[in-house]
Design a protein around this ligand. Structure first.
Ligand code: C5P
Length: 229
């Protein structure tokens, strides 16, 4: 199997030509791409297929974060994984049965990972939502549940890498957003880490958006990040 890229660049735009242009610049540098709800709700499965046709062996993480009853999520995962993306995700809070059903329905070539707790939650929001465990404990519980359901890994913040890696082992994929190269703008990300730091802590893949996509030269920005690893 070809090694999957260390960096997935978040293509967060409702402009298809802009997405295509970015992908053509950054994929040859060795990045995969992350397509999320904005892209998918604008262009659908056909849009995903079209960008996958742009570059040979383009690795795609389709970040649609499914959360529903097991049968419905299984159907969504079955359909989405047929697109041939490398990564797809669900919410771990959908529970063990939902994740098991999703994993059973997922095509073999697609890795299924789970969001533990959205990083927009802080301790207060966790409490208001009625969860009894604190944020860090809850993240770890969700990661362990994900592993128990047989999924391939989780999306987590850089500050959770170590505890999840220790609890879930070396083969569990950790997909980590909130990454900023040294000296770059943090934008709206609150807790950031450099690419090298996050990989040294045990991240498997990094999700990086604006430091690449807002750069005057996205191809060079991607190359510089890869060279810094
Ligand atoms: O531009 P930036 O590098 O901040 O983009 C990060 C990407 O990762 C965005 O698509 C954002 O929605 C996503 N993301 C995140 N934090 C999470 C989960 C996903 O920033 N916890």
């Amino acid at each position: 199997m070809i090694d999957l890229p260390k960096i997935y660049c978040a293509i967060d735009t409702p402009d298809f030509d802009h997405a295509k242009s970015l992908i053509n610049q950054i994929a040859p540098a060795g990045c995969g791409i992350k397509l999320g709800l904005e892209f998918f709700n604008s262009f659908g499965p056909d849009g995903v297929k079209r960008v996958m046709g742009e570059c040979d062996n383009l690795s795609v993480f389709l970040d649609l974060k499914y959360y529903d009853i097991p049968n419905t999520v299984a159907g969504a995962v079955r359909a989405a994984s047929k697109l041939g993306v490398d990564y797809l995700n669900v919410h771990a809070s959908g529970g063990l049965d939902m994740m098991k059903a999703a994993k059973d329905a997922c095509s073999e070539g697609t890795k299924l990972i789970a969001v533990t707790i959205l990083t927009s939650f802080d301790e207060q929001a966790i409490c208001a939502a009625g969860y009894s465990a604190g944020l860090q404990d809850r993240v770890l519980q969700m990661a362990e549940l994900t592993k128990r359901a047989g999924l391939d890994g989780v999306v987590c913040s850089s500050y959770e890498i170590k505890s999840i890696r220790d609890a879930c082992g070396k083969d569990f994929a950790l997909m980590v957003p909130g990454i900023r190269p040294a000296g770059s703008n943090s934008d709206d990300q609150k807790r950031i880490m450099t690419p090298a730091e996050a990989l040294n802590k045990g991240a498997s893949h990094l999700v990086i958006g604006r430091p690449i996509t807002n750069s005057d030269n996205p191809a060079q920005a991607a190359k510089d990040i890869i060279a810094s690893l």
